[in-house]
Ligand binder design. Structure first.
Ligand code: FAD
Length: 387
């Protein structure tokens, strides 16, 4: 592949060993029990996978987005939900710490997060809607040298297991609908009085991502827990969210590849009237060809976009496109794979239908594909981003 080099090959081999020896043996169990895979998460931290693009001075590996994509793709082939927990930790919460944090905040929170010593969560979504920040009501008021926060967040990943929450709250009278000024980010350590953690929701997919609500009741934070300028976190969120959307491309790719591999193998093993399903039925072969075509198109877009990012571009449109295509291709391929398995494809223990469930959630979790298309169309109209 044009994007491979010796260093990336080495990192990919580490990821392959990790997946083969530690992730694969427990992947089905994580899906079945919905328990957060703490041991695997910590191990990913030891291997450097929680800080691939974080600077070395803050505990990261200082590597590029292409390397990050290769590792996410590999892990998603076996346990997509681990990449989801990693994304909420490294790209959403970690991204905001990286962009907005003072050197002291980065040393205190980003560095131990990059090595997996602490787990992060990011709370942005409210009942008013994930993309509807204008109507968010969580409010932070400065009283003396403390911020007092009231409100709550829903559908937050890594709750309960997180040591630190990065949350958004309105600090202005009202958020400006045009400039988006008025929203601030805060660092909330677990155990802060007034921070209440809800139950883990039982979801269609992403079993084990520990998703649920958190609320703040007169929660007091010291002044220094404000992350970035008061009222000015939305620009950083735009960038950290772009990196998170970009990461959904390789995650979708890994899931699609896994489902395709299973279906390809099964179509050769399944005998009907003395022939394999693959040899007997043109419809089977053509389904697999279409699945292969979608996978390779997605792969091209994933590594083209990661390369742009590595060359210093901020692919606002293509980053969002990757989340859309990652979700669409993985959902399509997994759905067709279940179809090719026939009845056994619907049985959880076969292990193929979980990729469809996880792909479906990928189309919503973090941002719905429709909201992202809307974003892209606005950027097109404003001629905002080359890529
Ligand atoms: C498993 C899971 C994990 C999550 N983890 C986190 C997390 O860690 N942190 C966090 O802050 N949030 C998280 N979320 C929340 C997620 O970002 C939101 O669910 C998502 O942004 C959609 O928002 P909503 O659920 O409020 O749906 P709504 O905003 O009510 O949207 C419903 C539907 O309306 C349409 N729609 C909404 N807005 C637009 C728009 N602007 N343009 C076009 N169509 C639109 C779409 O079809 C959308 O699916 C998670 C969600 C899930 C499911």
């Amino acid at each position: 592949m044009w994007y491979m080099n010796e260093e990336r090959e080495l990192m990919l081999n580490v990821a392959k060993d990790f997946v083969e020896q530690e992730v694969k043996p427990v992947a089905m169990e994580v899906d079945r029990t919905s328990e957060f895979p703490t041991k695997l998460f910590k191990r990913a931290g030891e291997l450097g996978f929680l800080g691939i693009t974080v600077a070395e001075e803050f505990g990261g590996l200082g590597k590029d987005h292409t390397t990050q994509s290769l590792i996410l793709e590999e892990i998603a082939k076996s346990l997509p939900v681990l990449t989801v927990a990693m994304g909420a930790h490294t790209l959403l919460a970690g991204g905001l710490l990286n962009m907005l944090g003072t050197p002291e905040q980065k040393k205190k929170y980003l560095a131990p997060a990059a090595t997996g010593e602490i787990i992060l969560a990011c709370g942005s979504t409210e009942p008013a809607g994930g993309a509807n920040h204008i109507e968010h009501t969580t409010k932070a008021v400065l009283e003396g040298d403390q911020w007092v926060i009231n409100g709550g967040k829903v559908l937050v990943s890594n709750i309960g297991v997180a040591d630190v929450y990065v949350i958004l709250a309105v600090t202005a009278e009202k958020m400006d609908p045009v400039t988006r000024e008025g929203m601030s980010a805060f660092i909330v350590p677990k155990g802060t009085p007034g921070l209440e953690i809800g139950k883990h929701e039982h979801k269609l997919g992403w079993h084990g991502s520990a998703t649920g609500s958190i609320s703040f009741k007169n929660m007091k934070l010291p002044k220094e827990n404000l992350l970035g300028p008061a009222g000015g976190c939305m620009r950083a969120l735009f960038v950290s969210a772009t990196d998170e959307f970009l990461s959904c491309g390789p995650v979708g790719l890994g899931m699609a590849e896994a489902a395709y591999e299973m279906a390809y193998k099964y179509s050769h093993e399944r005998m009907q009237r003395g022939q394999s399903m693959y040899d007997r039925l043109q419809v089977t072969r053509h389904k697999l060809v279409k699945m292969y075509g979608e996978i390779e198109s997605l792969r091209a877009l994933v590594y083209y976009t990661a390369d742009l990012r590595d060359r210093g571009q901020m692919p606002l449109k293509l980053g969002r496109m990757l989340k859309i295509k990652g979700a669409e291709v993985s959902e399509y391929v997994a759905r067709e794979a279940i179809q090719l398995f026939g009845g056994v494809g619907t049985i959880v223990d076969t292990g193929v239908e979980r990729f469809w469930r996880d792909a479906k959630v990928l189309a919503i979790g973090g941002a719905s594909v429709e909201a992202l298309m809307e974003d892209i169309s606005v950027m097109m109209k404003l001629n905002m981003s080359k890529y």
